[in-house]
Design a protein around this ligand. Structure first.
Ligand code: AMP
Ligand code: ZN
Ligand code: ZN
Length: 409
């Protein structure tokens, strides 16, 4: 080998090492993914001219006409459906408040020990799937994110504090994104309750809800600004969803279910758009027939006969009798006080219960609008973006949502 050839070989070797060095020292960063929930943000709230930042996302990303929740269209069931890709009957959070008839244990929304107890959660949340496959995860609130068992919560998470200022949550996320590689999360959730609270209190057509809509959009703008300041706006995938919509209710549309249950012993699950009744075992058939005769602005089903499109039969904690109210009607077993002006939890196929879906970032098509998406399809979508293997026992399907990704054409 002559000298010249030898030198060229050394030069080539040196160059190859130099080229591969940045990859060894600084592993290629995955694009960040931020999943934001605006609780109770109905699909059509973006049509009120109050949401410049969501409009910006629509112009520069993907907007769905609406996002279909799972049944019942309540907060905990749907937040869990979004992160597990499962119907409520399969992930186990079948309502905000659940009774386990076998152990007598109770799950109550916002109740600390129960909400952290892994036994209630039968689905695998996206942060568990991602963590197991090498993606770092964090949560600034999400139902189910505080499970005590070490491998079932995100790497970083905060205990729910309803009154924590929204600004603090956003600034917290921006801080996480500046952590050193190896600690810095790649997947983050954020949660805001504003539109749910004002929707309940004042209804979906009130000036108060309009202020809540504008405030949440402003918070989205604050997140954009924060990301731009740390030079991470372009490389971040941002998805804004809500768990359900909202519909107007009123005192003239109330059904006192207890009047049909005189002399019966029973346990009640829920209030309002849906009620589950657990009579004494030997009385189930008779109570069902008694309620059936009273069907007026509601329907009663035996658990196993709940129409298949609700996917609400297949869980042992679902009470034996399910009463589903007509849109806007309230079912109750006691006198109602301060019932508010809006509610959700109704038929998830009704448009008033539909939520919002916006996505923007390197993974998504730009300026693309699509029809209604299903919230259970978000889990396989996120798995696809991170190139991780989804759980095989989910209800969500990539083939109903994958077309919103840039790479899929
Ligand atoms: P609802 O309208 O009854 O379906 O539930 C909405 C309420 O859920 C909100 O007002 C919050 O107070 C509560 N909530 C939302 N996320 C969490 C969480 N991670 N932990 C506890 N409570 C929560
Ligand atoms: Zn909600
Ligand atoms: Zn609510």
């Amino acid at each position: 080998m002559n000298n010249r050839c030898h030198m060229a070989k050394i030069k080539f070797l040196f160059l190859s090492i130099l080229i591969s060095l940045p990859h060894t020292l600084f592993p290629a960063e995955k694009p960040t993914f931020i999943l934001i929930s605006f609780d109770g943000f109905r699909w059509d709230y973006t049509e009120r001219g109050l949401t410049p930042n969501l409009d910006f996302m629509a112009q520069n990303g993907v907007k769905a006409s609406s996002l279909k929740p799972t049944y019942p269209s309540k907060t905990f069931p749907n937040h869990l459906s979004i992160v597990t890709g499962m119907h409520t009957e399969n992930h186990g959070i079948i309502y905000n408040d659940i009774n386990d008839p076998f152990s007598g244990k109770e799950y109550r929304i916002g109740s600390d020990p129960a909400n952290r107890d892994s036994r209630w959660y039968q689905g695998e949340a996206i942060w568990e799937t991602l963590r197991r496959q090498g993606v770092r995860t964090a949560s600034y609130f999400w139902p189910g994110s505080e499970i005590e068992m070490a491998e079932r919560h995100p790497d970083i998470f905060e205990h729910y504090d309803h009154n924590l200022p929204y600004e603090t949550r956003i600034d917290g996320v921006i801080e996480w994104l500046q952590l050193p590689v190896g600690t810095r999360p790649d997947f983050i959730t954020l949660y805001f309750h504003e539109t749910d609270s004002y929707g309940h209190g004042f209804g979906p057509a009130s000036p108060q809800i309009n202020r809540a809509i504008a405030r949440l959009d402003l918070m989205l703008g604050r997140l954009f600004t924060g990301l731009k300041k740390i030079d991470q706006f372009e490389q971040t995938n941002i998805v804004v969803v809500s768990d359900h919509g909202m519909t107007a209710i009123g005192e003239k549309r109330v059904v006192r279910v207890d009047k049909f249950l005189a002399d019966e012993k029973y346990e009640v699950m829920g209030y309002g758009p849906m009620i589950g009744i657990r009579p004494v075992e030997s009385r189930i058939e008779q109570v069902y027939h008694n309620l059936k005769k009273q069907e007026f602005h509601f329907k009663v089903y035996k658990r196993e006969d709940v129409p298949i499109w609700f996917h609400y039969s297949n869980h042992p904690f679902i009470p034996p009798l399910i009463l589903i109210a007509e849109m806007g009607w309230t079912l109750t077993t006691e006198p109602v006080r301060n019932m508010g002006k809006g509610n959700h939890g109704y038929d998830n196929h009704h448009l008033d219960m539909h939520a919002v879906f916006h996505a923007m970032g390197p993974a998504f098509k730009k300026g693309y609008t699509t029809g209604t998406l299903n919230n259970i399809d978000i889990y396989p979508l996120i798995c696809r973006i991170f190139e991780v293997m989804p759980r095989q026992n989910i209800d969500g399907r990539l083939d109903r949502i994958g077309f919103i990704l840039k790479e899929e054409n």
